[in-house]
Design a protein around this ligand. Structure first.
Ligand SMILES: Cc1ncc(COP(=O)(O)O)c(C=O)c1O
Length: 496
């Protein structure tokens, strides 16, 4: 059951992207260092784009394969990527860059792809965990901010870009995080990057869970330290061993240990108290990214940290407002006034980037107030009920095991792991056609050759829609899997 071709302007196109799952070392892959001449050429047939770039059996590439191209001409060497990508998009099996036509958040949404084709159905794409982007109080606050302060910040926080709303927002975030000092950033990405950027420098050591968000990995790279240890996901023992080794060799420089309180691709959580105890044994500092759980999980919405008795007791936290606060924005919070003061001047994404606009600040402020109210608790309860429904329905099968693995613990994220990227792509296209909108993530965000659906829940989803979505996903994956296992190599792909 493959998605039908949707582009009559290419009626001659045959086949859909097909990638064989392999888990090879990075040698020879363009990500790890390609041979001169760039990425291995896509299989461009005589049919050009009619087949050229479509990845048939034997093509194991994913987005990450094109991350680090080599070649003499900086621009010319990029062509193979689009030759490889575009046919996937034309076949409706490309998960990126859809436009949403139905904002603010609705449990059912409409999207449009780059060719203008529309999809509609149960919305598992949008991060709006408490559905606050459509809350009247948030809209009223934004309207009032437009009237009172205008739409524009006009400068970085260091250059008078903040209004008094920013101070009020910091107050709300201080309550939610339990920290005394809060520094705002234009996005959660900027907060993660800026925190690492300000705190860890060239001679310092960084110990980082391999699955932290890209903003942290970029911040680590920008700090120019070569003393980086990437530990296996949630492997406390590995962190301990790394700290012991580092301190045995270097008593003079700093160590920053970085993790997340709810991992966005796995929906799981470290033991924060134990991790911080281990850090302190070696004079290391723990930085925790709370992007996905602040306001959303834990007692009073104070996050997984509060659930573990660590509210206000972590060394440094960062977070994002784009998941639950109905707007873009990020923050760093700490109990140390010196740390906050330093970060204001030495986190480049705070110092040199325009402040949150008054509209964003007002929206986040209104959202934070709702989170801390009884209504916020009701919304969190509804969200967790929805997580339970979706997880239960995904596990329900008529016979045999489900054709995927649902990872992690109940949260706004339901990660569905599929052991074949080809199956994941094809099933995503079918699901879209059958009324379920979801986001597929591939290597390098998840292991090579695999696909993951990061299903995003909201308190506003209706349980019956989630049951329907689970059935569509289950059937789409099962039939895509059956097709890939029965289809002879390079034979035309069956469509319905
Ligand atoms: C853990 C984590 N940190 C930071 C970010 C970036 O947040 P923002 O979208 O606000 O830039 C994300 C976004 O997905 C995330 O998952």
């Amino acid at each position: 059951m493959w998605p039908a071709p949707r582009h009559p302007r290419h009626p001659h196109r045959k086949g859909i992207p097909m990638e064989i799952p392999v888990d090879r070392p990075r040698t020879g892959d363009t990500l790890g260092g390609a041979p001169p001449g760039g990425a291995s050429r896509p299989r461009v047939s005589h049919g050009g784009l009619s087949q050229g770039g479509l990845s048939h059996s034997g093509d194991e590439r994913s987005l990450g394969s094109f991350a680090s191209l080599r070649g003499r001409h900086l621009l010319d060497r990029l062509t193979p990527f689009e030759q490889w990508r575009r046919p996937h998009a034309e076949q409706g099996v490309w998960g990126y860059h859809q436009q949403t036509l139905s904002h603010p958040f609705t449990p059912r949404a409409r999207t449009r792809d780059e060719f203008g084709d529309e999809g509609s159905g149960v919305n598992l794409l949008t991060q709006d965990y408490l559905a606050l982007s459509s809350h009247p109080a948030v809209h009223e606050a934004i309207t009032a901010a437009l009237r009172d302060h205008g739409p524009h910040s006009g400068g970085s926080p260091a250059a008078a870009g903040d209004t008094p709303l920013a101070e009020e927002l910091c107050g709300q975030l201080a309550e939610l995080t339990g920290m005394r000092h809060v520094v705002l950033f234009p996005t959660g990405w900027a907060a993660g990057f800026g925190a690492v950027n300000a705190l860890a420098r060239r001679f310092d050591h960084i110990v980082v869970d391999e699955l932290v968000h890209a903003c942290v990995h970029e911040g680590v790279a920008a700090g120019r330290s070569t003393r980086i240890t990437r530990t296996p996901h949630l492997d406390h023992g590995a962190v301990h061993r790394a700290l012991r080794r580092i301190r045995a060799e270097d008593a003079a420089n700093g160590i920053l240990v970085i993790t997340e309180s709810l991992f966005s691709m796995n929906s799981d959580t470290p033991d924060l108290a134990a991790l911080q105890r281990t850090c302190h044994e070696y004079d290391a500092v723990l930085l925790v990214d709370q992007a996905h759980d602040i306001g959303v999980l834990g007692p009073g919405g104070r996050g997984q940290a509060a659930g573990q008795g660590m509210h206000g007791r972590l060394d440094v936290v960062v977070g994002s407002m784009s998941k639950a606060f109905a707007t873009n924005g990020g923050y760093l919070a700490t109990n140390s006034s010196s740390v906050a003061a330093y970060v204001r001047y030495f986190a480049s994404t705070h110092m040199f980037s325009s402040a949150l606009t008054p509209l964003q600040t007002a929206g986040a402020l209104a959202a934070a107030r709702i989170m801390r109210s009884d209504e916020g608790q009701r919304l969190r309860d509804e969200l967790l009920r929805n997580a339970g429904v979706l997880r239960r329905e995904l596990a329900r099968t008529a016979s045999g095991p489900a054709p995927y693995t649902v990872l992690g613990v109940p949260s706004p994220i339901v990660p569905v792991e599929i052991d074949s990227l080809a199956v994941g792509r094809a099933a995503m296209g079918v699901a879209r056609r059958d009324g379920v909108l979801l986001h597929l993530v591939e290597f390098p965000v998840v292991p090579r050759g695999r696909a993951r659906y990061r299903l995003q829940l909201s308190s506003a989803h209706r349980p019956e829609d989630l049951a329907l979505a689970a059935r569509v996903i289950r059937e789409a994956v099962a039939s895509a899997r059956a097709d890939t296992t029965t289809r002879p190599e390079d034979s035309p792909v069956k469509r319905r």
